[in-house]
Design a protein around this ligand. Structure first.
Ligand code: T1G
Length: 675
């Protein structure tokens, strides 16, 4: 097996080059090659300095995460970094792309660092539930300072080359296209200076920055283990001798990597990428070209959807029925962009560039030159069928016709056209320009290339896409339904909205079912007849309890939208409960978990049995990116595997639920959804 690492002699400089596509992950062969390269340089009198660089699109993007799934974890990287650092000849890291995780730690083991202006450096291990396990938490405070170190390690946010230069993480900027040459010249400059081991540098910066950082970010880190471990390790660097600090870091690293949270977060890392893959599509299928997108409807969803494409540089024609609605919609889009610019997230010229790609119109016929049309109008099948019938006549052959429906039958919509092969669902989650999840709904007749085009476009606009089958609610909302139904039943039996929501928030959800209902709108899907009261929701809607937007829903809200339990709501619940002849009882938190979260797993099993999701990990991705399921629990199906599917079944049977056959089988065989 040829090594992915080679060496090149340039007179008195030896260049060690890794070529390990796709991201130069630091697998065992790369580590061996690096080690051999350093030894070769030290053994050769004529070599005075060393450069380490990578071919391909990036410098090392980290340890090879696939190695972690086969414990015991091979801790090889720390030794390689120590070998580089101990070199008696100066070693220079030549950085391009994204030097991440172990890649960043390799640069810290080097004595000097040069990078192209477009390079980024970071320690995103925390996003995998880990910490830099090859000395990163101990060298960063010495090279880049305490403040940068704690921010980089605990948030995983990378820094660009310019900032890296400012904080001392790199020593020199190379030309964007002359890194190889500039690195050799820089190495020659450093010969006279000799090695500069990071471990010998004093820790720089104010240790008080650590506690300040931890305080500001406490809420964001709620429930996660890894951020605190990263902070503790950086803090250890400020008080322990280097070697003791390394030992402390290693101890913390192994605690994390053997824990459930890291397994969950690594699962999601791969699940997100696996979701992009469509089973059963021939390798020669190519995506269609999308130059212009049409969006029908300039409301909240249509506007948000349009922004995704405009921000990615894709032209959009947006259609509304009336001028005032069109003006309002495009005005809101501009306002959103200007708000981002005000926060420094966009430059003013980027706002103009995005809005410059937008063509508002009242004429559906203007969609004739679009390659993809996304319908985002009222959730009514007749309305959608009428629109798709018109699109069928207006749009050019090969144009993809998508509906943003959140639960209606795509096959029925497709049947209202003469081109069902071009029809699919693209279900965005509100707010569409913010939420990362996109459910791409595959109709019975959707052509493979149309599906592939939608999935590829999703990645281009920064979405995480999952293929869903045609069923009520697709994947996410289909699992949401039993959760919401059980939550309402629990109110009738004695739980309060606050208790149910607390249980969900303590579990790690951003909010509970009733907080979510108040945010989305209690009146969503309401028949609007205040005299027709068939359930608690009708009763609330009938008295104007529509949620946050009316200052009251399940909860009462003050002017800052802080919720407080509502006496009126509780009275409505009690009346319904009494009418149903139910006697209130004490309901345990565990029962709430079983009836609202275990039922989701049961529905997820049915989704898999019916082929409405390609794989269990896709369901996990849907709930992480569409509903804020805590990533440190890995998604509903991963969580069921860690809970034990036998425990899930026992919990469901306790409350008389019918168990999905797949779930029953896994319980009996101690099997897992995610193998
Ligand atoms: N190990 C193994 N495979 C990896 C990988 C890695 N570190 N990074 C990416 N891949 C695979 C990925 O699964 C996909 O595979 C392909 O490469 C392209 O990736 C000891 C403990 C670098 C910004 O967390 O953030 O170092 O699907 O689709 O969008 O302290 O990959 O094609 O089969 O994401 O251009 C720390 C993780 C590891 C960085 C490129 N490093 N990677 O994004 O491509 S832990 C990370 C990324 C560590 C040490 C610690 C991104 C990217 P496939 P991609 P991309």
């Amino acid at each position: 097996m040829t090594s992915p690492v080679t060496t090149e002699r340039h007179d008195d400089v030896l260049v060690i080059i890794s070529n390990n596509p796709p991201v130069n992950a630091l697998g065992a062969n790369v580590r061996i090659g690096l080690d051999a390269g350093i030894r070769e340089a030290l053994a050769d009198e004529s070599i005075k300095a060393v450069v380490i660089r990578c071919d391909g699109r990036t410098f090392f993007a980290g340890a090879d995460i696939t190695e972690f799934t086969k414990p015991p974890v091979e801790p090889g990287l720390p030794d390689v970094v120590n070998t580089i650092e101990a070199s008696t000849k100066p070693v220079i890291a030549a950085i391009h792309g994204t030097a991440l995780g172990g890649g960043c730690e390799v640069t810290l083991g080097c004595h000097y660092r040069i990078a192209v202006p477009s390079a980024k450096m970071g320690t995103p291990e925390v996003k995998l539930g880990l910490l830099p396990g090859a000395g990163g938490t101990q060298r960063l405070p010495r090279v880049a300072g305490i403040e940068a170190a704690v921010e980089m390690c605990a948030t995983g946010t990378p820094v660009g080359a310019k900032k890296a230069l400012e904080i001392g993480l790199i020593d020199r900027l190379a030309g964007e296209d002359s890194l190889a040459k500039d690195a050799i010249a820089f190495a020659r400059e450093m010969i006279a200076k000799g090695p500069r081991p990071s471990r010998n540098l004093p820790v720089k910066g104010d240790v008080a920055a650590i506690a300040a950082f931890a305080k500001v970010n406490a809420r964001k880190f709620r429930g996660f283990e890894a951020p605190a471990a990263n902070i503790t390790c950086v803090e250890a660097a400020t008080r322990l001798p280097f070697e003791e600090g390394l030992a402390f870091e290693r101890e913390q690293f192994f605690k994390l990597i053997m824990g459930v949270q890291s397994a969950a977060q690594r699962h999601i890392f791969f699940a997100e990428r696996q979701a992009q893959k469509i089973d059963g599509i021939a390798p020669d299928v190519k995506p269609r070209t999308i130059n212009r997108v049409g969006v029908i409807g300039a409301g909240t969803m249509g506007g948000g959807i349009s922004m995704n494409f405009l921000s990615a540089g894709v032209a959009v024609t947006i259609v509304e029925m009336k001028q005032d609605a069109l003006d309002k919609g495009t005005g809101i889009m501009r306002k959103n962009y200007e708000a981002s610019a005000a926060k420094g997230r966009m430059k003013p010229e980027q706002v103009e560039a995005a809005m410059g790609l937008l063509k508002p119109t009242l004429a559906l016929e203007e969609l004739a030159d679009c390659d993809l049309i996304i319908e985002a109008v009222y959730e009514n099948m007749d309305v959608k069928k009428e629109i798709f019938g018109k699109l069928d006549k207006i749009c050019k052959p090969g144009a993809i016709l998508a509906s943003n429906t959140s639960y209606l039958n795509i096959d029925e919509i497709a049947a209202s056209t003469s081109r069902p092969q071009d029809v699919l669902g693209m279900h965005f989650f509100s707010p569409a320009n913010v939420m990362k999840l996109l459910e791409v709904v595959r109709g019975a007749k959707t052509a493979p290339d149309a599906l592939m085009t939608a999935m590829g476009l999703a990645k281009k606009i920064g979405k995480v896409a999952v293929v869903a089958g045609v069923c009520h609610g697709f994947i996410g909302n289909r699992m949401l339904e039993p959760r919401q139904m059980e939550a309402m039943k629990l109110l009738m039996e004695g739980a309060t909205p606050a208790q149910v929501d607390r249980v969900h928030v303590e579990f790690g959800m951003p909010m509970g079912p009733f907080q979510m209902a108040d945010l989305a709108g209690v009146d969503i899907g309401w028949h609007r007849d205040p005299t027709r009261i068939e359930n608690i929701r009708d009763a609330l809607a009938a008295v104007g309890r529509w949620g946050q937007k009316t200052g009251k829903g399940f909860y009462d809200y003050d002017e800052k939208r802080n919720p407080t339990p509502s006496v009126e709501t509780q009275q409505i619940i009690d009346d319904f409960s009494a009418k149903a002849g139910l006697t209130k009882r004490e309901i345990s938190d565990q029962e709430i978990i079983e009836r609202t979260l275990y039922t989701m797993v049961n529905e997820g099993a049915r989704i898999l049995e019916e082929g409405m999701a390609q794989r269990a990990s896709d369901i996990d991705v849907v709930w992480i990116y569409g509903y804020g399921w805590p990533v440190y629990r890995g998604g509903p199906m991963f969580w069921a595997d860690t809970e034990g599917n036998d425990k899930i079944v026992a919990g469901l049977e306790k409350h008389g639920f019918a168990i999905a056959p797949l779930l029953k089988r896994l319980a009996e065989t101690k099997g897992r959804f995610n193998r």
